[in-house]
Design a protein around this ligand. Structure first.
Ligand code: ADP
Length: 352
C-alpha cells in the first residue's frame, strides 16, 4: 500500500503543477517561479508578455538572464528576499518604458521564490496626465495676477509723476494680486505636503476643543459672524493630525462666511454616530451651490463662479485640500445644498 502511494507522488506533483499552471494562465498578473539558484521553473503567459520573452526561452534561463533592468534587479531582490526571509516590493521601469510592480516572495520548500509582476503603466500614464493638467491649471491661475502686477508696475515706470490717489489705487491692486499669488502658492504647497503626512504627527484629539479653537479664529477674522454650536453628544475624541484637521475645518468655516451675505450664520453640530465615529456638520445659510456643480466642488481648481471666487481670493483649491485631509484621517466628507437657502458639509471621522 505504502509503495503504491509513493509511486504516485511524482504523478500527483505533476497533476498539482498542471492545475497551478492552469490557474495562473488566467491571471492578469505575471507569475514567475524560480528555484534557489534563480532558474525559472514556472511562468505564466502574462509574465511572458511583460518580460517580452517566450515561455520556452524563459524555462531554460535564470532570473539574471532576463532583459535588464528586470534581470539585474530581480537577482538582487531574490538574494535579499531569501536572506531576510521577507516579501520585497519595488517598481521597475523596463527598457520599453513599461512600469512593473515587482513583488518577490521567498519560499522555503522547495527553496526559491515566487515573483509577481503587475503592469502599472496605465496608472502611471494617468498620474502623468493628471500632473500635466494640474500644472496647466496652476500656471493659468498664476498668469492673471502676474499680468496685473506687470501691467501696473509698467504704468508706474511710465508715469513717474502720478497723483497720490492713483498711486494708492495702483499699489492696492498690486498688493491684492500678490496676496492672491501667495494664497495660491501656499495652497499648492499644502497639497504637495499632504502626499507625505508622517503618522508620527497623529495623536488623540478632542474634536470639541479643536472646533472651539477654529470658531475663535473665525470670530477674530470676521467679527460679525454668528456661530451656533449644538452641544456635542457622545464620543468626541479622534486620532488626528490636529494642525491639518484645524486647516480643514477653517477652510469649511471660511467658505461659509465667504459664500454668505453678511452677517454669516453658521450652525456647527458634533454628534457620535455608529461605531463611535464622530460626525461634524458645518451648516450655513449662504448662497448655496447649484445641483449641477455639487458633484465637482471637491475637484482641484473647480469653482462655481470663477469671477466671484477670484474676487474673494480663491482658486478652487480649498475644498480639494479639505477632502484630501479628511481622507488622510480615513474619514469622509459630503455636501448638500440648496440655492438661496444654504449649504451643509458633513464630515465623519472614525473613532481612535
Ligand atoms: P474657492 O477658492 O473658490 O472658495 P473651494 O475649493 O473652497 O474654492 O470651493 C469650491 C467652490 O465650491 C467654490 O467656488 C464655491 O462656489 C463653492 N462653495 C464652497 N463652499 C461653499 C459654501 N459654504 N457655500 C456656497 N458655495 C460654496
Amino acid at each position: 500500500m505504502k509503495i503504491s502511494i509513493l509511486n504516485k507522488i511524482p504523478l500527483l506533483r505533476r497533476l498539482l503543477r498542471r492545475q497551478t499552471e492552469e490557474i495562473t494562465d488566467f491571471l492578469t498578473e505575471g507569475v514567475v517561479v524560480v528555484d534557489e539558484h534563480g532558474a525559472v521553473t514556472m511562468v505564466n503567459p502574462a509574465a511572458c508578455t511583460m518580460i517580452g520573452m517566450p515561455r520556452t526561452w524563459l524555462l531554460k534561463h535564470e532570473l539574471g538572464d532576463l532583459p535588464d533592468p528586470l534581470g539585474k534587479k530581480g537577482v538582487v531582490f531574490l538574494a535579499e528576499a531569501q536572506r531576510y526571509r521577507r516579501v520585497l516590493t519595488q517598481t521597475v521601469i523596463t527598457g520599453k518604458g513599461v512600469h512593473l510592480d515587482l513583488v518577490v516572495i521567498p519560499r522555503e520548500r522547495p527553496p526559491g521564490a515566487v515573483l509577481l509582476l503587475r503592469d502599472t503603466s496605465h496608472h502611471h500614464r494617468q498620474m502623468f496626465e493628471v500632473g500635466k493638467e494640474f500644472i496647466a491649471s496652476a500656471s493659468h491661475e498664476l498668469r492673471t495676477p502676474i499680468t496685473i502686477v506687470k501691467g501696473f508696475a509698467e504704468t508706474l515706470q511710465d508715469l513717474p509723476k502720478i497723483s497720490p490717489p492713483l498711486l494708492r489705487d495702483i499699489t492696492d491692486k498690486i498688493v491684492r494680486s500678490c496676496k492672491r499669488m501667495e494664497l495660491l502658492v501656499n495652497n499648492l504647497l499644502t497639497l504637495a505636503d499632504l502626499d507625505h503626512v508622517p503618522r508620527s504627527r497623529f495623536q488623540e484629539c478632542d474634536l470639541e476643543e479643536l472646533l472651539e479653537r477654529c470658531c475663535s479664529i473665525l470670530r477674530l477674522r470676521f467679527p460679525t459672524v454668528l456661530i451656533d454650536t449644538v452641544e456635542p453628544r457622545g464620543e468626541k475624541m479622534v486620532y488626528a493630525d490636529p494642525d491639518l484637521l484645524e486647516l480643514a475645518f477653517m477652510n469649511l468655516l471660511e467658505n461659509s462666511v465667504k459664500y454668505s451675505t453678511p452677517p454669516a450664520h453658521i450652525t456647527l453640530t458634533l454628534t457620535e454616530v455608529a461605531d463611535g465615529a464622530v460626525e461634524v456638520a458645518v451648516c450655513d445659510r449662504g448662497i448655496g451651490i447649484p445641483e449641477k456643480d455639487l458633484p465637482h466642488i471637491f475637484d482641484r481648481f473647480y469653482t462655481v463662479n470663477k469671477a466671484h471666487s477670484r474676487k474673494l481670493g480663491g482658486a478652487g483649491l480649498g475644498l480639494s485640500i479639505v477632502k484630501t485631509i479628511i481622507e488622510k484621517h480615513d474619514g469622509t466628507i459630503t455636501a448638500s445644498s440648496e440655492v438661496g437657502c444654504g449649504t451643509t458639509f458633513t464630515v465623519v471621522l472614525p473613532s481612535p
